[in-house]
Design a protein around this ligand. Structure first.
Ligand code: ADP
Ligand code: MG
Length: 371
């Protein structure tokens, strides 16, 4: 496999016009006209790449998607607030209008690619969060322009690639979130490389059902029970909850064992489970965490996620967190600086772990400047 080209592979960038695909899909609030950015993390995350280029005399033009405008201009998803913030952080750097205002972005049309690359000398992709999409701005420019991964994309590929190829052992993956069916592929792929899997969150109930436990009204995917049973019969240890917190048939907060009564609903792992999961995390040398352990948006059901997040922050293991909601939970508990790597792409990090490659990375490796 060809090497992933990095910024140094662009040669002398002085005086060159460079198109930089960034992920400026930032959270916003407020009225459709005059929305404000609630967290500029993704803009700041692109600065090392932007500054590397501008400090060497390149002219940088950024391009990003924002929200889901579905191929037409929508005021709500205008790049104006992002452009204003970018002008403060990186004066002189331009930003194109929302790529997804053009239907050619998502359909990967040749015309839109031609429009995007016109007038540019090189292309840099630093949008890890979009690298799993074969969209025009991701896979199109490297067909003709000398191209490179920006620092953020390079780091994601190195760290997630390292997890797949040479993790320090024991390597433990902690998975949660709402649904098994969202993550079937990644669960199977992780079982090839990890030493143990820890399962909490809504998805644990499909696994518990596969062990014959009653799960009450908890979210449970009956069509995935056989799949979970097959995984449980496999060679790798899969740690499941031994107690559950949720609501009883009257809707009152309750703690249960691992068998849920009729009418009750599991919404978090229990304290015994949280302690057991912590032990596994503390003894690991590599931890990948994706998916909250419960419905953490409700403080009554946030304890499991908080305890696991604290263990991921405290363990001596090399720790990587992927997934939008998991990263949000970590930030909510003020622990995002205590893990080794928080992936900037939820879907992209899971797809990379599953397939070992992404369309955006493959496109860069095929660029004309890569030997
Ligand atoms: P990520 O974005 O980190 O990949 P997911 O999107 O898969 O995570 O899952 C996050 C969602 O799962 C959260 O909104 C959370 O409320 C929900 N969730 C977790 N546990 C449960 C549960 N027991 N019942 C219902 N929803 C749950
Ligand atoms: Mg999510």
């Amino acid at each position: 496999m060809a090497r992933l080209p990095v910024l140094e592979d662009l040669g002398d960038v002085a005086g060159k016009r460079i198109l930089v695909r960034t992920d400026f899909n930032v959270p916003m609030e407020g009225p459709d006209e005059g929305r404000t950015i609630t967290d500029d993390f993704r803009i700041r995350a692109a600065l090392p790449t932007i500054e590397w280029l501008t400090s060497r005399g390149a002219k940088v033009v950024c391009a990003s998607h924002l929200g889901r405008p579905k191929g037409k201009p929508v005021q709500k998803y205008s790049m104006d607030p992002v452009r204003a913030r970018l002008a403060e952080l990186a004066p002189g750097v331009e930003l194109l209008e929302n790529l997804r205002f053009n239907p050619g972005e998502e359909s990967n049309s040749e015309e839109f690619v031609a429009q995007l690359v016109a007038g540019f000398d090189a292309y840099v992709d630093d949008a890890f969060g979009a690298a799993h999409r074969a969209h025009a701005s991701v896979v199109g420019p490297p067909k003709t322009l000398p191209s490179a991964a920006g620092r953020l994309l390079q780091k994601e590929a190195e760290i997630l690639g390292g997890l797949r190829e040479h993790p320090k052992r024991p390597f433990v993956a902690v998975l949660g979130g709402a649904k098994v069916s969202d993550k079937l592929g990644v669960i199977e792929a992780l079982l090839q490389t990890v030493d143990a899997l820890v399962i909490g969150g809504g998805m644990c109930f499909t696994f518990l059902a596969a062990k014959g436990m009653p799960v009450g009204d908890s979210i449970c995917e009956l069509d995935q029970v056989a799949f979970c049973r097959r995984l449980l019969d496999g060679p790798k240890p899969i740690h499941l909850p031994e107690d559950i917190v949720g609501v009883d048939a009257n809707g009152s907060y309750a703690t249960f064992g691992v068998r849920l009564p009729d009418g009750s609903k599991g919404l978090d792992i229990g304290p015994g489970t949280a302690a057991a999961f912590c032990d596994v995390i503390m003894e690991a040398r590599t931890v990948f965490w994706n998916g909250p352990m419960g419905m953490f948006e409700d403080p009554r059901f946030a304890n499991g996620t908080k305890t696991v997040a604290q263990a991921v922050a405290d363990t001596k293991a090399f720790t990587v967190v992927g997934g939008g909601d998991s990263a949000a939970a970590l930030a909510q508990f003020g622990l995002d600086d205590s893990v080794d790597h928080v992936s900037t792409g939820g879907g992209a990090s899971l797809e990379f772990l599953e397939f070992g490659d992404l369309p955006g990375l493959a496109a860069l490796r095929g660029a004309p400047n890569v030997k």
